[in-house]
Design a protein around this ligand. Sequence first.
Ligand SMILES: Cc1cc2nc3c(=O)[nH]c(=O)nc-3n(C[C@H](O)[C@H](O)[C@H](O)COP(=O)(O)O)c2cc1C
Length: 181
Amino acid sequence: MNDTIRDIISQRQSTRNFSDQAVDTEKLVEICQLSCLAPSSCNSQPWRLHIVQRPSPKVPKITEACQTVGLNKFLNNVCSYIVVEQTFGNMKSKSGGFFAGNNLTPIDIGILAAHICLAAQAEGLGTCMIGSFRRRTILKAMGFGPMRRVRLVIAVGYPAPDDKLRDKKRKDFGETICVEK
Ligand SMILES: Cc1cc2nc3c(=O)[nH]c(=O)nc-3n(C[C@H](O)[C@H](O)[C@H](O)COP(=O)(O)O)c2cc1C
């Protein structure tokens, strides 16, 4: 396997210890543009990415929204977020998924999110995907109406100098990978 890919995947981890160094907006735009090359069902690209950075007043509001269930205290000094909004897939993707009994949109969003985290890793940035927020509080933080759908928030920033690479804790591969005969 290409060493670069191997390094990027194995060195990515959820960063929960960010430095307060700001990230260039252009860098975040580039990461988002690259990530939008991710595959999606019928190329529907059912997403819109919102780059939110300090000093936007939305940053502390997003932080608060992501802490409403009592988790994610580490977000207090995060400088940048990428907020992943789900938009409408195209009809082909929707009907294909519907008839197959498979809602493909969350899969598309997950693949996009993985691309974002890996692209950020390649730029020396840390990320943490945040899924524990209440729907209404995050919509309010973003100033969105009730019909909009925020699926994921990704905290992005430079890891603090003392944020070391942790050992990966994963299920035994025997449990998660089978070579079928
Ligand atoms: C959809 C999703 C939602 C997540 N939500 C949170 C979260 O709210 N807070 C948090 O600290 N980590 C969150 N994580 C990070 C996971 O806890 C983490 O990926 C997992 O424990 C594996 O650790 P690693 O990312 O360091 O390899 C989330 C990850 C995913 C994929």
